[in-house]
Design a protein around this ligand. Structure first.
Ligand SMILES: Cc1ncc(COP(=O)(O)O)c(C=O)c1O
Length: 372
């Protein structure tokens, strides 16, 4: 939700002369780095482009393999393809929807270069186990933190564990910049390379040029930059993050208290081991045997005024592009297939009041009993 603060900050940008990659971007980066507890934060045009740049910074080569959870947004697979590598998909765990560390270890080959832990719906992956795996095989960890702003693992923020962490500011995320993203890292050289690659591979940024308009290009970079308007919105949003998170947590608790004991329904917890969720949304996953028709239930919920989504509708390796290219088949990823086939994502964001959350609980309970 955008408010007066963001509108004021945007108006200041529009009244000024610097419309893109200027002081607001720098300020947003500094504030974000402080919030995550890392040395560097780099504004980018989306989480997707942040992940892609991250893979470029580790010098992925054709044939290099990257471990990717099967249950994620297609972006997590596509970035590996765009960066010239091969995504190797791994099933997820039943208790969290996060990458299964045992199956990830079994998928490592001599060509594996990196792993992309996706903090599914905001609940951090088991970073200790994944770190040990990465150390054992010299893998880079490229965290996908698209839904994890405000989460923690062992008291630290996701995005502070890996080689890099990429965040999304698409609308409906914990904070928005309309489109936009941020890459975090503690590595000075990686940060410099990210900054270089997000802006064409220029040898000098605008501020470093002695004579305006004169530069050389040292790498095959992209234009993945953020505008000053977006950064201004982001600064305003970041100021409100704690209040947004408090509402998300409150609503998540209401939904989990009301729904987690429902017969046959699986939910994912707010806390799991050392992980504490950023409460992006509440997934209810219906029984595997299909005795409750998921899509019928969605239609009924929507008709009752309950907004829903599905995270994610098809496991990425079973999407046509990946099936056709790599030959993945139904049954290869049983847990991801169960979640994709049977999950309904319920909203908990700042627009959801206590009354709304209680209404959602009542409607879900009623419709489950109608369809059972
Ligand atoms: C896990 C995950 N990764 C990446 C993305 C892509 O984010 P963006 O739209 O900022 O590129 C999404 C989008 O929802 C996502 O859910």
């Amino acid at each position: 939700m955008l408010g007066d603060t963001e509108k004021r900050l945007v108006a200041e940008v529009l009244d000024g002369f610097v419309l893109t990659h200027g002081p607001r971007c720098t300020e947003f980066e500094q504030r974000f780095a402080e919030r995550i507890g890392v040395r560097h934060a780099v504004t980018v045009s989306s989480c997707t482009t942040g992940l892609q740049l991250s893979l470029m910074t580790i010098g992925l080569k054709p044939g290099d393999e990257v471990l990717v959870p099967a249950e994620t947004h297609v972006a997590t697979g596509h970035v590996v393809e765009h960066a010239g590598g091969r995504p190797v998909f791994v099933d997820v765990g039943r208790a969290t929807g996060n990458i299964d560390a045992v199956k990830a270890a079994a998928a490592v080959t001599g060509r594996t270069r990196a792993i992309i832990p996706v903090h599914y719906l905001g609940l951090p992956c088991e970073m200790e186990t994944l770190h040990a795996l990465a150390e054992r095989h010299s893998l880079a960890i490229i965290e996908d933190c698209a839904l994890a702003l405000g989460a923690s693992y062992d008291g630290r923020h996701p995005g502070a564990f890996g080689t890099t962490g990429s965040f999304s500011f698409y609308p409906a995320k914990h904070i928005t910049t309309l489109e936009g993203g941020m890459v975090t890292t503690n590595d000075d050289a990686i940060a410099a390379r990210l900054r270089n690659l997000r802006a064409f591979g220029y040898d000098k940024s605008l501020g470093e040029r002695k004579i305006p308009g004169i530069y050389d290009v040292v790498a095959l970079g992209h234009n993945f930059r953020m505008s000053e308007v977006q950064a201004a919105v982001g600064i305003g949003q970041l100021e409100q993050l704690d209040s947004f998170l408090a509402v998300r947590r409150r609503n998540t608790k209401i939904l989990l208290d009301g729904l987690s004991s429902l017969n046959g329904i699986t939910t994912f917890p707010i806390k799991h081991g050392k992980a504490e969720s950023a409460c992006y949304c509440v997934n209810i996953v219906l029984p595997e045997d299909g005795r409750i028709d998921r899509n019928k239930m969605i239609v009924k919920l929507n008709a009752a005024g309950v907004g829903t989504s599905v995270h994610y509708p098809v496991p990425v390796p079973l999407m046509t592009y990946y099936r056709d290219k790599y030959g993945y088949r139904d049954g290869n990823f049983p847990v991801a297939e169960w979640i994709s086939g049977q999950a309904i994502s319920l909203p908990v964001g700042p627009h959801v009041s206590v009354d709304d959350a209680e209404f959602i609980v009542a409607m879900v309970r009623q419709i489950v009993s109608e369809l059972s």
